[in-house]
Design a protein around this ligand. Sequence first.
Ligand code: ATP
Ligand code: MG
Length: 234
Amino acid sequence: MKLAMSLIGDTTVVGMLKIKGVSKQFNSLTVLKDVSFNLRKGEVVGLCGPNGSGKSTLLKIISGFEKPSCGKIILNERDITKTPVEERVELGLSFAFQMPRPFLKMTVFENLLTGCMLRYEKKEAMLKAEELLELFGLEKLAGRKAMNLSQGELKLLELCRSLSTEPDFILLDEPFAALDRENTKNVRKKLKMMKKMGVGMLITAHKTRILEKLADETYWIELGKIKRIERVEG
Ligand SMILES: Nc1ncnc2c1ncn2[C@@H]1O[C@H](COP(=O)(O)OP(=O)(O)OP(=O)(O)O)[C@@H](O)[C@H]1O
Ligand SMILES: [Mg+2]
């Protein structure tokens, strides 16, 4: 994994993603009101809330697909609020969408290779893509076109693809949605593995329960406001 380091004076700043006072309006509709929180590398933050509460909008703002009405996104001490999506990926930010968005005409392997080529030359990138296939148990699907995958397989490819650019942080929009019990278990296992690899993850879900034992911090978002959920022990 690439180590997130930025040197400020003599101090090495370990990876941190900061969401600072983000608000979002779509015309007269206020979706997010002054949302702030931090995510450290290697930490999992859960973002839960009902339909339409602004979870996907917030992830789109952090990844660069939407502009905030106000507020800032700081990645490893660098203000990326106006940075284009592709540059954010280069800087170590990645995402897995609610509706997976792989290159549908490419095979599973080619999808992963495309991500790996951001960091490596072709020969090494191919080895990295093979490693990823193995890590996610996708070997048998390597040659299959993404458009022919099932929902569960697509979700898994989306997850694996999000890791292929060796990010410091991944934004995961409802990785458990539309999965049966077995796939839910499998995705949870993969997320735990990614956490162990040192990736910081922001994960959305409707209910907090599904993120139990995975999230270090959980926030509830409703009517545009975010609040931290206190952990109840025992
Ligand atoms: N581009 C847009 N233009 C206008 N309104 C939008 C736009 N994108 C989202 N919205 C509105 O913003 C609100 C929040 O949507 P968002 O998709 O962020 O919610 P969500 O919490 O992800 O919901 P879900 O749990 O259903 O995925 C909704 O009322 C939605 O209709
Ligand atoms: Mg959503």
